[in-house]
Design a protein around this ligand. Structure first.
Ligand code: NAG
Ligand code: NAG
Ligand code: ZN
Length: 378
């Protein structure tokens, strides 16, 4: 009897048809810090010249020994002009990830975010329901907290694999798992001026590039629209490394101009956060791109109104927008170093493959390779 009632309550809380359709957003009702309508307006009605230009650098997928030399060389030790260490957000997927390295990235001040346990395939995520997404993301936060020795509440961001939306389901999952923001939804209609991040309390006016997109009211969950870059032929690219017509990989000057042109659409416009979304593999065999990337970072790190921050920090600013002069007097991000007690685990059997896995961790070893439904590998 009790179990039956519990089941009824669960259905009531989570069933898709219980969600309310989002109503049009009225900025007089939906106000910061907890609510924001989708819009290209600058938070706090600031003048662009007084608005910090945030740069959101992100890297996706597994964190492994092969990626680490580039992360170290390109990012470690870099500072913004206000002398605060730069931010970068890593959307980590589980398979082949080395959790000692995740711990190291965290201790460098970077943000660790969620990109699913399985990274399965596009059809799977398109059709994923609430329960599936809880196993992919909420369980992943638990997995990373355990094996990378991180505070679980520091994992706040979600990026869907393949940028494949699952309607309301991923946002419902975020709401009940206490996750803060999503960066998975490209926009090609709101690039100039760019759409600033907003909440899903009310109906979004953002274009839906990879349906199904959310239409329900899911209060308090933030969406960071992925403002497209424009490639050399004028086509939009959802991620900087997915352009159809980019400059040649050996052409440093071409790449530098290309990055700056895309940057200036933001910097000389409404200063919506500038997206620089990459996979580490894009640096391989593209020396011109890498040189231009370093040149661009050197340039923005010397500008007194541009700040590379963790994505969660950009949203923190949006919730309480202050002009640059005030922003630069705020303390740099604070976090506690998290000690890793290293272990190398394996060979581990896995439920999804016959292959045996080795996993570097900061905790006692699991019995089997962590996977969907068994994130601690017990
Ligand atoms: C999202 O929820 C709304 C409101 O219940 C519903 O009308 C819509 O069909 C849902 N979207 C999907 C893709 O399930
Ligand atoms: C996607 O993954 C699902 C679940 O593992 C599987 O059943 C399906 O065959 C896969 N589809 C493709 C196109 O690979
Ligand atoms: Zn990915």
């Amino acid at each position: 009897m009790r179990a039956a009632w519990y089941f009824v309550l669960l259905c009531f809380a989570f069933a898709e048809d219980e969600l309310k359709l989002a109503e049009p957003c009225d900025p007089e009702v939906c106000k910061l810090p907890d609510c924001r309508c989708s819009s290209t307006l600058i938070p706090g009605d600031l003048h662009p010249a007084r608005t910090p230009q945030f740069v959101l650098l992100t890297f996706d997928d597994a964190v492994a020994v092969t990626n680490m030399p580039n992360y170290k060389r390109l990012l470690f030790g870099r500072k913004n002009s206000n002398q605060c260490p730069i931010g970068t957000t890593f959307f980590v997927s589980h398979e082949y990830t080395n959790y000692q390295l995740v711990n190291e990235l965290y201790n460098e001040g970077f943000e660790i975010a969620l990109h699913s346990i399985s990274h399965m395939n596009q059809t799977y995520f398109e059709n994923a329901d609430y329960e599936t997404l809880m196993r992919e993301f909420s369980d992943q936060a638990e997995l990373m907290a355990h094996f990378a020795a991180l505070p679980i509440h520091d994992m706040q961001g979600v990026r869907m694999p393949f940028l494949q939306m699952a309607g309301n389901a991923s946002f419902q999952m975020m709401k009940s798992a206490g996750l803060y923001y999503d960066i998975s939804m490209p926009t090609i209609s709101f690039t100039n001026p760019g759409m600033w991040p907003y909440t899903l309390d009310y109906a979004s006016t953002q274009d839906c590039v990879i349906p199904p997109c959310p239409t329900a009211s899911i209060p308090g969950v933030w969406v960071v629209p992925m403002i497209s870059w424009t490639d050399l032929q004028g086509f939009p690219c959802g991620m900087a490394d997915s352009c159809f017509s980019p400059p040649d990989g050996n052409d440093e000057d071409g790449w530098f101009r290309f990055i700056v042109e895309n940057f200036e659409r933001h910097y000389l416009g409404n200063r919506a956060p500038f997206p620089f979304y990459l996979h580490e593999s894009y640096f391989r065999d593209r020396p011109g791109f890498e040189a231009a990337f370093i040149r661009f970072l050197d340039m923005i790190n010397s500008m007194n109104d541009v700040f590379m921050v963790n994505a969660a920090e950009a949203i923190d600013w949006i919730r309480n927008p202050v002009p640059i002069g005030e922003y630069i007097n705020q303390p740099c991000r604070f976090f506690m170093q998290q000690r890793c007690r290293p272990s190398v685990c394996g060979p581990l059997t896995a439920p999804h493959k016959t292959e045996l896995f080795w996993m570097a961790a900061c905790n006692t070893c699991p019995r089997t390779y962590p996977w969907l439904g068994n994130p601690l590998g017990v």
